[in-house]
Design a protein around this ligand. Sequence first.
Ligand SMILES: Nc1ncnc2c1ncn2[C@@H]1O[C@H](COP(=O)(O)OP(=O)(O)OP(=O)(O)O)[C@@H](O)[C@H]1O
Ligand SMILES: [Mg+2]
Length: 233
Amino acid sequence: MLKVENLRAGYGKTDILHGISFEVHAGQCVTLIGANGAGKSTALRCLTGLLPVRCGKVLFEGEEISGLPGHKIVRRGITMCPEGRQIFPEMSVLENLKMGAHIRRDSEQQVDLERMMDMFPVLRKRAMQMAGTLSGGEQEMLAIGRALMSRPKLCIFDEPSLGLAPKIVQEVGETIARIKETGTTILLVEQNARMALGLADQAYLFEAGEIVLRGTGKELMAHPEVSNAYLGH
Ligand SMILES: Nc1ncnc2c1ncn2[C@@H]1O[C@H](COP(=O)(O)OP(=O)(O)OP(=O)(O)O)[C@@H](O)[C@H]1O
Ligand SMILES: [Mg+2]
């Protein structure tokens, strides 16, 4: 579904990504793990049209999308649930969810709103409340619900567990697993390697703008380099 080939990108005169390649097959959950500053979000910015690609290619469903503006990439079926959630704090929960569907022309948005509020009952309870008044975990659920409102084929999550209590991290993990079960393909970026590798069919370890290890979630979890540096034992 998604093929990234020898991608280079950066900011100003600095290259951050030094030619990375990875793939996401339809129906999979693929994870990119790695430390602070490794270049994970930079890679996602390239995939979603927020940062120009300097070299290499991004193919989605066989067609090149590198160079397309963000809104066209969303129309192709890629939506990102961004780092830090980026909800609209002064809009209501309901309005935030509706924003996620702004590219759609079909008439089933109401059906999907109901579906989101069934999936996240707390969003129904707080539908009219300003989104900025939600707790961190509730804001994450809102950001996920908003992303799903575009009916993405590929949903990208950038550090969904960041700043959340362990119990909520577990809920976020269960939510992502459920989304995968509905047939949405997932690309998950995490510093929380334990959570991400537990969910992943395929995983890649990023270090300083390069992919240094790849394998199934289980394989990476068992790899000494990963368990020593990223799993805390
Ligand atoms: N807008 C920017 N301008 C200049 N440099 C940037 C910018 N955004 C990120 N960087 C730099 O690019 C490098 C990679 O950052 P990136 O955000 O991709 O890392 P990351 O793997 O997502 O890290 P984290 O896990 O902390 O989110 C870092 O050295 C960072 O300082
Ligand atoms: Mg990041």
